[in-house]
Structure formats: structure tokens, C-alpha cells
Design a protein around this ligand. Structure first.
Ligand code: G6P
Length: 475
């Protein structure tokens, strides 16, 4: 057993919750990442003497643990080769496409798997060093699936939780993975394995039963030594009141007006906001819209589609290819259908601060979120949280986890271009009363289930886990 540290709550995630910023004078500082996970976990981290273990970005840089804004951060170094093999390779060119319905073909490379094991072991060792006796450790996402069991081997006294932020695929797809059993066994090191949807938890339990051969009953798995592992659904959310406050602020209100003005005060603004990822269905969505402009349903003088695409994983081949395809589509659509000062699609390949996002959400009459597959999708929840005016329509893919909660959206199948066109037209021509009715219902859901409730719900269950008695050693 490794010597223990002093943190009562340890978060293990691929990334640290801060981004490195280099000022003009060359000094290095850290800035809180915009993600919701940090804001959700920050209060519990403070109460529990928390530590966060993650990759600070960059390569080959040994950084000592540091405290930033009162949070204990423990950097894990990756070499350039590990970034290539563990992060870009196994995490984002094997697991990511495999877990997202094989939307792109997953690549299975043995040297990537070796790097994945090595890096997971490093994260587990760091967690074992900083966790206090009996502490809770919460491991996050697909990059870290071996950490639970590796950590349990080092520190059987810990309560270990795991949460998967992306979909967990059915056996028919998961079974392609040459290391399927090792991944399942890695996850089984946790006391609780959390997913967004009950379907993900069921896929996992079924795989454990058929592939690993453990006993299962509903959401409970019993290991040969008697230790129970629970698989459950914990749909993540956003800090809804924070977004609403932001949306109500005078600055954001002014900015929303300025955005509409800059777009030529059109009658109607449609909006898409995504990481530039092939799972997000950006291409079919823009095609559907372009067809509506081409057939005269929408006129570029009166309607515009604003698409924000945040750069992501730019060194992975599939991402490069998809960027070129979308660049080409936007160029062609604007060339064919745009007029001077009136592009059909206003395309922004960039990331923006929360304030700008809130202003865009307020400026948009219709938010279009059409992933082929998405664990949850938080953009649509952010849109709903910002629409305190109960206005705005949401067109949402039925393959986003969020569709299970936001059933009042106009739900679409992103593979069905005509269906998407029809839904966009319906949303655009809906009676304002109908828009309000739907938005009110979605706002109720989002405000009642915010990210704080998600985090405390999971951690309360983890805290209630009864530690296993240590095995009796035979002489
Ligand atoms: C998804 C994943 C996260 C990941 C994020 C950004 O939301 O579930 O684990 O951090 O994408 O991707 P990146 O590769 O930049 O960390």
C-alpha cells in the first residue's frame, strides 16, 4: 500500500481545471477553465480539502503541485509521444469514435494501448499519494478507465467513484475493442460507476455479466470477493442560475442587441455552438439549412445561421478532414446563396468566453443542436438557462443525452435531412405561445436539476459506500 496524503476528496480527470496563459511579458499564469465541472466541484473541493489531478496541457514539463485560487492542483506530465499515443491516439482516435456509435472508424493500435495503460498508472499513483486514509476519489471520463482498479490495488482503503461523460456503447460495438475485458475490469475497481443515461449503465452491466462473468442483479454487480459495484445514471447539467444571471446582466443584454445589429437586424437568427467534432452533426445541420435557403423557405435578407465551431483536437486526422469538409460546405453555400453583407451562414471557428456565449444564446431565435451521438450536450441546457424571457426554440437531436430530459424541444434525427428541415421550419413558424410553453417546461427541468445537484448527489452516494473489511491473511 502506498503512503497516504491529506486530501479527503481527490478528483482525477485528464485535464486540470485551469488553462495556462502566457502574458505579453512572458510570465506564466493559470486561468480557470470555463467548463462546468470545475464550478460544480469547487465548493465540495473546498469543504473536503480537495485535490485535483490532471494534465496541464503541454509536453515533457515536470510541474510541482501548486495551489491556484485555493484549489490544490497536482499536474501529471505527459511526454510528446504520450500525447500522441495516449491522448490523440487511444483516447481520441480509438475510444472516442468507438463510444460514439462508430461515427468515424476507430483505430486499434497496440502501442496506443500500452501508452494508455502507462498513463493511467501514473494518474493512479499520483492519486494514491495525495488521498488521505479512507478518502473519496472521483475519477472522470474515458481517458481514465483503468485508474479505478489501478488505484484500488494501491489503496484498498479508498472509496472510488467513476463517471463517464460520454455515451457507453452497446456490446455490439464495445466488443470490437481488443482490450474490452481489461477496460471493464479497470472500471470495476470503482464502487460506483456513473453514466448519463440508464441505457449506458445497462450496457455496462450486461457486458460485465457476459464478458467478465460476474454476478449481476439489476444495477448491482457482485465481484467474486463479495465487493459490490453499482452502475447508475447521473445525468450531468450546468450551473443554471449562473448562466441566467449572466444572461440578465446589462452587459450581456447590450451585447445580444449588438450581435443582432451586426448581423443586419435579421428577422430570425439560428444558432449552432459546438466543439468542432464529427460527432456533433454540424455538416448535416448546415446542409439542411442551406437547402431551406436554396428552395426559398428562408431568405438571406431575413434569416441567418450563426455557427460557432470551437477548435478541438486539431492534430487528429478525422478532425482535420471534417474541418476541411465543413470549410468547403460553408464556402460553397455562402458563395452560391449569400449576398453582399448577407452570408447564409456566419461561421466562426473560434472559442468565446461565457459572456459572449450568453449573448449569442439571447440573440438566437432558434438553437439547433444535432449531434449524431452525444453523452449529454450542455450547450442546449445553457441556451435554455439563458432564455429567462421564455422565448427561443430548441431543435435537438434525439441522440443527445439531453433529449431524455428536454422532451419539449423539436426532436430530430440528424441522419434525416428532410426531417430536420421540417423541424426547423416548424420551430421557425410556431405560435409564440407554443414556443413559450415548451421553453417554460424545459427551463423548469434545467433549473431543478443543476450541476451542483449532480455533483452532490453522486458524492453523497459515494460517501455512503461501506468500506470492505480487509481480507484475512493466511499465514
Ligand atoms: C468532451 C470530453 C471531455 C473533454 C472535452 C474536451 O467533453 O468528455 O473529457 O475534456 O470533450 O476535449 P479535450 O480533448 O480538449 O480535453
Amino acid at each position: 500500500m502506498t503512503a497516504s496524503g491529506s486530501a479527503d476528496l481527490v478528483i482525477v480527470a485528464n485535464r486540470l481545471p485551469v488553462d495556462r496563459v502566457v502574458d505579453t511579458d512572458g510570465t506564466l499564469r493559470w486561468r480557470r477553465s470555463p467548463g462546468g465541472l470545475v464550478s460544480a466541484l469547487e465548493p465540495v473541493m473546498r469543504v473536503h480539502q480537495g485535490a485535483w489531478i490532471g494534465w496541464p496541457g503541454g509536453t515533457d514539463e515536470e510541474l510541482e503541485p501548486f495551489v491556484e485560487d485555493g484549489l490544490q492542483l497536482v499536474p501529471v506530465t505527459l511526454s510528446a509521444r504520450e500525447v500522441e499515443e495516449f491522448y490523440e491516439g487511444f483516447s481520441n482516435a480509438t475510444l472516442w469514435p468507438l463510444y460514439h456509435d462508430v461515427v468515424a472508424k476507430p483505430l486499434f493500435k497496440r502501442e496506443w494501448w500500452e501508452a494508455y495503460k502507462r498513463v493511467n498508472q501514473r494518474f493512479a499513483e499520483r492519486a494514491a499519494e495525495v488521498a488521505a486514509p479512507g478518502a473519496m476519489v472521483w475519477v472522470h471520463d474515458y481517458q481514465m478507465q483503468l485508474v479505478p482498479q489501478m488505484l484500488r490495488d494501491l489503496r484498498p482503503d479508498l472509496k472510488i467513484g467513476f463517471f463517464l461523460h460520454i455515451p457507453f456503447p452497446p456490446a455490439e460495438l464495445f466488443n470490437q475493442l481488443p482490450w474490452r475485458r481489461q477496460v471493464l475490469e479497470g472500471l470495476l475497481g470503482a464502487d460506483i460507476v456513473g453514466f448519463h443515461l440508464p441505457g449506458g449503465a445497462q450496457n455496462f452491466v450486461r457486458l460485465v455479466r457476459t464478458r467478465v462473468g460476474h454476478k449481476t442483479h439489476r444495477d448491482l454487480i457482485t465481484l467474486p470477493d463479495g465487493r459490490p459495484v453499482r452502475a447508475g445514471a447521473y445525468p450531468i447539467s450546468i450551473d443554471a442560475s449562473d448562466f441566467e444571471d449572466l444572461a440578465r446582466s446589462p452587459e450581456v443584454t447590450r451585447r445580444a442587441e449588438a450581435i443582432r445589429k451586426a448581423l443586419g437586424n435579421p428577422k430570425r437568427v439560428l444558432l449552432g455552438v459546438d466543439r468542432l467534432d464529427y460527432t456533433k452533426g454540424i455538416y448535416p445541420r448546415l446542409r439542411a439549412y442551406a437547402e431551406l435557403v436554396a428552395d426559398g423557405t428562408f431568405d438571406v435578407e431575413a434569416t441567418v445561421f450563426v455557427q460557432v465551431a470551437t477548435p478541438s483536437r486539431e492534430r487528429v486526422d478525422e478532425y482535420r478532414r471534417m474541418r476541411d469538409e465543413i470549410d468547403m460546405l460553408v464556402g460553397r453555400v455562402n458563395g452560391d446563396l449569400g449576398r453582399i453583407g448577407r452570408p447564409a451562414i456566419s461561421y466562426l471557428h473560434s472559442s468565446y468566453p461565457r459572456e459572449e456565449m450568453a449573448a449569442l444564446y439571447r440573440a438566437a431565435d432558434i438553437m439547433v443542436v444535432t449531434p449524431y451521438r452525444d453523452g449529454m450536450n450542455l450547450v442546449c441546457k445553457e441556451y435554455v438557462a439563458c432564455r429567462y424571457d421564455n422565448d427561443g426554440a430548441l431543435v435537438l437531436s434525439e441522440f443527445a443525452g439531453a433529449a431524455h430530459e428536454l422532451s419539449q424541444a423539436w426532436l430530430v434525427n440528424p441522419y434525416d435531412i428532410n426531417g430536420m428541415k421540417a423541424a426547423i421550419v416548424e420551430a421557425a413558424t410556431a405560435d409564440p405561445k407554443e414556443i413559450t410553453r415548451r421553453m417554460k417546461a424545459m427551463r423548469k427541468t434545467v433549473s431543478e436539476h443543476d450541476v451542483d445537484r449532480w455533483a452532490t448527489g453522486f458524492l453523497d452516494e459515494l460517501d455512503a459506500v461501506k468500506p470492505m473489511k480487509p481480507p484475512i491473511r493466511r499465514r
